[in-house]
Design a protein. Structure first.
Length: 145
């Protein structure tokens, strides 16, 4: 199999995507479908810690694509928390009534999760879940309207 260099740019992208994914390489491989023969988490970790400076092209492509497909984790900043609180106040909804209003929602979005975001008890979120809540709130008219 053809080997390709793991350039500084590729290494930086691997590290960034791993950080954004919030998961270890074992879990990534377990959830990413059929893994190319010979690829395991130990190999990926040698790329990440620079013990190996080349990789099989099919292995590297698979890992990069798998990492890019993961819904990234975002940090919930105080400004984001304030925006969430302002939107809830603007609409007059609380987390439970909000989820009832915006209809079918991802299983992982619960009133308790929204409350923890709001109170600063949970400081990160999957981007798609945060976006779902914020976009749902944005679609609701002001409570006084």
């Amino acid at each position: 199999m053809a080997r390709v260099p793991i350039t500084d740019d590729i290494h930086a992208e691997l590290l960034r995507l791993k950080e954004q994914s919030g998961m270890g390489m074992m879990k990534l491989l377990a959830r990413s479908g059929p893994v190319p023969e010979g690829l395991d988490s130990a190999i990926i970790n040698t790329w990440l810690n620079r013990k190996t400076l080349t990789a099989r092209a099919d292995h590297l492509d698979f890992v990069l694509n798998a990492l890019r497909a993961v819904d990234p984790i975002i940090q919930i900043t105080p400004d984001m928390r304030a925006a969430l609180d302002a939107e809830l106040a603007r609409t007059g909804y609380e987390p439970t009534s909000l989820l009832n209003r915006i209809g079918p929602h991802p299983v992982k979005v619960t009133p308790a999760l929204i409350s923890r975001w709001r109170k600063g008890q949970t400081l990160s979120a999957r981007k798609s879940l945060w976006d779902f809540v914020i976009e749902g709130l944005a679609s609701i008219s002001d409570k006084s309207a």
